[in-house]
Design a protein around this ligand. Structure first.
Ligand code: HEC
Length: 117
């Protein structure tokens, strides 16, 4: 299912602050705390096209981020994502991961130039 309301709420409350769902202008981009969700999911799906693998990756990553696991080329810009281990249970992380896989990318946000395919 394309994300329970719960997962969307969790994302809104705990992720969206850093991972905007909106299209950003270049000046807005400079103030972002993390990469837009659209870009994150493009990256994740490139590496993990299969839903199960992507969900496992995301659910693990958000509770234990590390440089070794990171797929994002923007690490230098934003620094490593803080661990959400204390704010998110494993089940919540999985629910959010499923919702993200089913929802993004929407294709409505400009891809960074280097990622245009
Ligand atoms: C305090 C800011 C912040 C919050 C809150 C946050 N993130 Fe992140 N996230 C980042 C940053 C910065 C990166 C890019 C660096 C990295 O990959 O660690 C990132 C990267 C990611 C990535 C890509 C990892 C990769 O391979 O590089 C995923 C997936 C992700 N976040 C999911 C989430 C989810 C889901 C939540 C909510 C449960 C969340 N984030 C909350 C800052 C945040």
């Amino acid at each position: 299912m394309a994300g329970t309301p719960d997962a969307a709420e969790i994302f809104h409350a705990k992720c969206q602050l850093c991972h905007t769902t909106r299209q950003v202008t270049p000046s807005e981009r400079e103030k972002l705390l993390g990469p837009p969700v659209e870009e994150v999911m493009l990256k994740v799906k490139e590496k993990y096209p299969i839903r199960e693998d992507a969900v496992r990756f995301i659910a693990d990553y958000v509770r234990a981020p590390s440089i070794d696991k990171a797929l994002c080329p923007s690490l230098d810009r934003y620094g490593l994502m803080p661990s959400m281990e204390k704010t998110l249970t494993k089940a919540e992380a999985e629910a959010v991961a499923e919702m993200l896989f089913d929802t993004y990318p929407r294709g409505t946000v400009n891809k960074p130039a280097s990622r245009k395919k």
